[in-house]
Design a protein around this ligand. Structure first.
Ligand SMILES: [Zn+2]
Length: 125
């Protein structure tokens, strides 16, 4: 069972369907709501992938805000430059990363709910 969970996690983290591995699911401008290969419903709507928002926020804070803040504290960049880069990054990075963060959210979901992959797979046969 752990092997199935890790397999679904790795497939989704590599931008593939958690069940069959077909990729790409997430693109820069779009996200497939069902897998084109095995018809697994990836986005069930009504906030199913809402955890992508805190994931993209955490990535922004860890890899953009904190390094810029440290650079400003160490006087490597001026305040207007640091503030401008933070403001730019606050809009740019979530826009670029949001669909991939949905895949991270999906990987976590199917890591803990791996039995749903099997049950929906047997239901479609
Ligand atoms: Zn699939």
């Amino acid at each position: 069972m752990l092997k199935n969970r890790l397999s679904a996690l790795l497939k989704a983290l590599s931008n593939g369907c958690p069940r069959c591995g077909h990729r790409p699911i997430a693109r820069l401008t779009g996200f497939a709501t069902t897998c084109p290969n095995c018809q697994l419903v990836l986005d069930r709507g009504n906030g199913f992938l809402l955890s992508a928002i805190p994931i993209s926020y955490a990535i922004f804070v860890l890899f953009w805000l904190i390094p810029l803040m440290v650079a400003w504290i160490l006087k490597q960049v001026s305040y207007p430059v640091a503030f401008g880069l933070v403001a730019f990054g606050a809009i740019f990075w979530p826009l670029v990363l949001y669909n991939y963060c949905k895949m991270m959210s999906l990987s976590l979901y199917y890591f803990f709910m791996a039995h749903e992959l099997e049950s929906t797979e047997s239901a479609t046969r």
